[in-house]
Design a protein. Structure first.
Length: 602
């Protein structure tokens, strides 16, 4: 039970409000706390957690996290919450999808659960939260462990020294308030879900710990090496194996780090042949494994190449959104998503606008789809603010470290439609450089800006990218279609352009119009015109129209939108296809057939 003075302190806070959250505003759970997850056994902490929304942050002021799990009848003082009894919710979930009264709730919410535990002398224990939107404070047995910023990447907290024999109480305080200094900021075109919406687990490791493993083909086509980088604690060397390639190498570790370049000739991974190899790393008693594909993605001038062959990215954009589950994804949902993309004739998917579930990336490896993945540096975030940069950089590094063994990921994108200011240029250059420094085997992109007065792609960031993404909505926000060829002709970019977005809304419900804006036929017409224009331009090396499925967003409240962005090729039921689906499919399939014939004759 808390000391009486804490309650008195709490009463005083009503008079002096400013400092209650300062001790918790740390960004100390970040990419540095990550451990390599491949093949680890985990104890799932999913399931029912005690839950309470907390609009006024009373929990931090009144220190709910420090309360004993005593019977409320035995308490000496009045309290405003019983963390250990009462309402429960499932984890993972988004609170908006659970009760109507929580639909527009933005604030803190508390999750509490018991963890029964037996310490083991030679083991370490880590909490892993797959994702919580947006920041998440972790408490164990009343003690503040740390805070993670960023709603779409996993985070870890070592609990070895804090877990006690028997019953432990774990609390997560999740806050989804939109603020100007966050990434993203207050204004987006997707729903601001809240909660612990990806899996939570406890991981047991030996004292020797493999922190990181990065395995890739040397990006230089003349060097047939598999390059390996390792970070491990408590061992002098690590054993790296790919049995199918006859590789078994001991790699010395110095200062916890080791690298090796191993000559090898793996079958190359591609969407047509998504070959993966079993990779195992052992260091001391720790052992991790992964299934890894080897491929080369290159930009030469205005062209893209995959494994030395010219590449045109036949894509579609997709959000992580479900009419029933919100941001929670299931295996069925992901398989349906990629089956729809394949039926469309795609070889590529843009995972917009934040890192999606790691399973989305692993499944793309297995079934053969190239991915563009990105962080939510979206619109006018606070480019002047060093804390905002720290947050963006951390989200980038968490995404890169989580996914850089995935052959499917060929593009890291560092932002979407950001104004071309000096501060933004410095901010995003830094992100592009950081991505390259941590992974030289992928291309860097961003969705850039068009100067609508000069009719030209004009964005200083383009010089620092491998691919210029362009979001253009000719036929929708911009009516005059004839401007699109002019823009592309005026621009003469020296590197490939991927039309990262284009599209139009179509409401195909009974409430939707039969013709004109928001009709299915109008959307189909926009797709016809876009395809006719873009296919003529040699520096356009791909497209990912907006978007595969209709998705929920607060900012769309027109009579045909009703809380949804309806630019999907498929309605929010994820089943009903609109006319434009077949139009894009026939363009992509014809292109794929042409490509296959060209390759046969090579
Ligand atoms: C964009 C944004 C995307 C929006 C889309 C739209 O340019 O990148 O997040 O949802 O346009 O529908 O306006």
């Amino acid at each position: 039970m808390l000391e009486r003075s804490a309650i008195a302190e709490n009463a005083l806070q009503a008079l002096h409000d400013e400092d209650y959250d300062r001790p918790f505003n740390l960004q100390n759970l970040n990419h540095e706390t990550m451990i390599f997850m491949g093949g680890r056994d985990v104890i799932s902490l999913d399931g029912e957690w005690n839950f309470c929304v907390d609009l006024l942050d009373t929990g931090l002021r009144q220190k709910w996290f420090a309360m004993d799990p005593a019977d409320p009848c035995d308490r000496q003082e009045p309290w405003d919450y019983d963390p250990y009894m009462g309402e429960t919710v499932p984890v993972p979930s988004c609170w908006q999808m659970l009760q109507e009264k929580w639909y527009f709730f933005e604030g803190s919410a508390w999750y509490t659960r018991a963890v029964d535990f037996t310490p083991k002398a030679d083991k370490r224990f880590f909490l892993r939260v797959g994702a919580a939107q947006y920041d998440c404070k972790v408490f164990l047995n009343g003690q503040f462990i740390g805070n993670h910023y960023g709603g779409s990447t996993p985070f870890f907290a070592e609990l070895t020294d804090q877990l006690q024999q028997g019953r432990n109480w774990l609390m997560l305080c999740v806050n989804n308030v939109r603020t100007t200094d966050r990434v993203p900021m207050r204004n987006t075109d997707w729903f601001n879900y809240g909660g612990v919406y990806r899996e939570v687990s406890l991981i047991e490791t030996p004292k020797t710990l493999i922190r990181d493993l990065f395995v890739r083909l040397n990006p230089d086509p003349l060097v047939n090496d598999i390059d390996v980088s390792i970070a491990a604690e408590g061992a002098d060397y690590a054993r790296f194996e790919i049995a199918e390639l006859g590789i078994a190498v001991d790699i010395p570790l110095e200062g916890g780090k080791g690298t090796a370049s191993i000559p090898a000739a793996p079958l190359l991974w591609s969407p047509d042949r998504p070959k993966l190899y079993d990779v195992v790393l052992t260091a001391g008693g720790d052992r991790v494994c992964d299934r890894i594909g080897f491929r080369r993605i290159e930009r030469r001038g205005r062209e893209l190449f995959l494994n030395g062959r010219p590449l045109w990215l036949r894509g579609i954009s997709v959000h992580e959104d479900d009419a029933v589950l919100g941001k929670v994804v299931t295996e069925d949902d992901l398989r349906r998503r990629y089956a729809d993309a394949k039926q469309l004739g795609c070889n590529y998917v843009r995972l917009a606008h934040y890192p999606h579930h790691e399973r989305a990336v692993a499944l793309a490896d297995e079934i053969g789809l190239l991915l563009w993945t990105e962080i939510p540096v979206y619109w006018a975030i606070d480019f002047d603010n060093p804390a905002t940069l720290r947050d963006a950089e951390n989200q980038l590094l968490e995404m890169v470290k989580r996914d850089r063994n995935r052959a499917s990921v060929v593009i890291w994108s560092v932002g979407n439609e950001n104004p071309d200011t000096d501060q933004r240029l410095a901010f995003m250059r830094h992100l592009a450089d950081t991505a390259r420094a941590n992974d030289p085997t992928r291309l860097i992109a961003a969705a850039c800006l068009v100067n609508h007065h000069k009719l030209k792609i004009e964005d200083r960031l383009a010089a620092h990218l491998d691919i210029i993404g362009i979001n253009e909505y000719y036929g929708w926000y911009d009516e005059d279609f004839s401007e699109l060829p002019k823009i592309l002709a005026n621009s003469q970019p020296d590197r490939p352009v991927v039309v990262s977005e284009t599209g139009a809304d179509a409401d195909i419900s009974d409430k939707g119009p039969k013709a004109g804006l928001f009709s299915e036929t109008y959307q189909a017409e926009v797709y016809r015109s876009q395809i006719a224009t873009l296919k003529e331009l040699d520096f356009v090396r791909g497209m990912s129209p907006w978007i595969l499925y209709d998705f929920r967003t607060e900012r769309r409240q027109g009579i045909y939108q009703r809380g949804f962005n309806r630019k999907g090729l498929i309605a929010a039921d994820k089943a009903t296809r609109k006319e434009a689906f077949a139009i894009l499919a026939s363009f992509y399939h014809a292109m794929a057939e042409r490509e296959a014939k060209e390759w046969e004759t090579l």
